[in-house]
Design a protein around this ligand. Structure first.
Ligand SMILES: [Zn+2]
Length: 263
């Protein structure tokens, strides 16, 4: 019975951050033991694009995305967009998305205009290369929707969904998925828990955002891909559905969005 358990995909895991590179094989094995068989590792920028690509060559469980993360807006250089353009044009099969990109107006001196420009350019690249997008968004929901309205041919996932029902529905109505992670393990996240109860499971992906976003009960520790089943359990509990069904559906969703069956 156990052997037939659904395999899970951690759709957002920064596996090139500490502590993982100290012993990546160990962390992947721990994840595998609880059924997490694949990790999607987004880039934060040019600085780690090559490293995550080489991780995907070494470890069969790893897929990756290339993009310029808005949180690091102060580190990106003028020619990083042309780097991204070239890297996407020369990508291998393990590169499954553009990301992580988006808007983060919660940082100090967010350079809003530059963030909006970089996001637009990356959505255009995703469209040109027919790739899904991994989005990050903080304190910029309305601006995000306005931009997505102009890129109707592009979809992807809003990772670390922590919004309301209305915010989630606005994305799903536009063909986007929601990345469900540690937020829902916190009782105080009442608005997001209520949203997740009502929004459709077939628009949800599971993620840990490791090593960030520790789950309830693990505060202060590095988050791990091996904790993904705990997110599935909480999602099943909130939606009052069988956990195996939740695991199966969310894995199918990731496979569909990132077109993993072809790779
Ligand atoms: Zn991230």
């Amino acid at each position: 019975m156990k052997k037939e358990a659904n395999s899970l995909i951690d759709s957002h895991c920064h596996f090139d951050f500490p502590p993982f590179l100290d012993d990546p094989g160990h962390y992947l094995l721990e994840a595998q033991k609880v059924g997490v068989s694949m990790l999607i590792v987004p880039a934060i920028g040019r600085s780690n694009g090559e490293q995550i690509a080489s991780l995907s060559e070494t470890f069969a469980q790893i897929r990756y995305a290339l993009g310029l993360h808005p949180y690091y807006i102060h580190s990106h250089c003028d020619n990083d967009l042309s780097w991204l353009e070239t890297a996407l044009a020369e990508r291998d099969d393990k590169c499954v998305a553009v990301g992580e990109c988006g808007l983060d107006f919660a940082i100090e001196n967010p350079k809003n205009e530059q963030q909006l420009y970089l996001l637009e350019q990356q959505l255009a690249l995703a469209e040109a290369h027919n790739l899904p997008v991994i989005l990050h968004c903080r304190k910029a929901h309305n601006e995000l929707i306005r931009i997505l309205n102009r890129f109707k041919g592009v979809n992807g996932v809003l990772h670390a969904f922590s919004g309301s029902y209305e915010q989630g529905k606005a994305l799903i109505d536009r063909g986007w998925f929601l990345g469900i992670g540690g937020t829902i393990t916190y009782e105080r996240a009442r608005k997001t828990r209520e949203a997740v109860k009502k929004l459709p499971l077939d628009a949800m992906l599971l993620e840990t955002d490791s090593p960030d976003m520790p789950l309830f009960g693990y505060q202060g520790q590095a988050n791990l891909p091996s904790r993904l089943p705990l997110v599935a359990q909480m999602l099943a509990q909130l939606k009052q559905q069988d956990v195996e069904k939740v695991k199966h559906q969310t894995t199918q969703n990731s496979r569909r969005l990132f077109r993993l069956d072809k790779k």
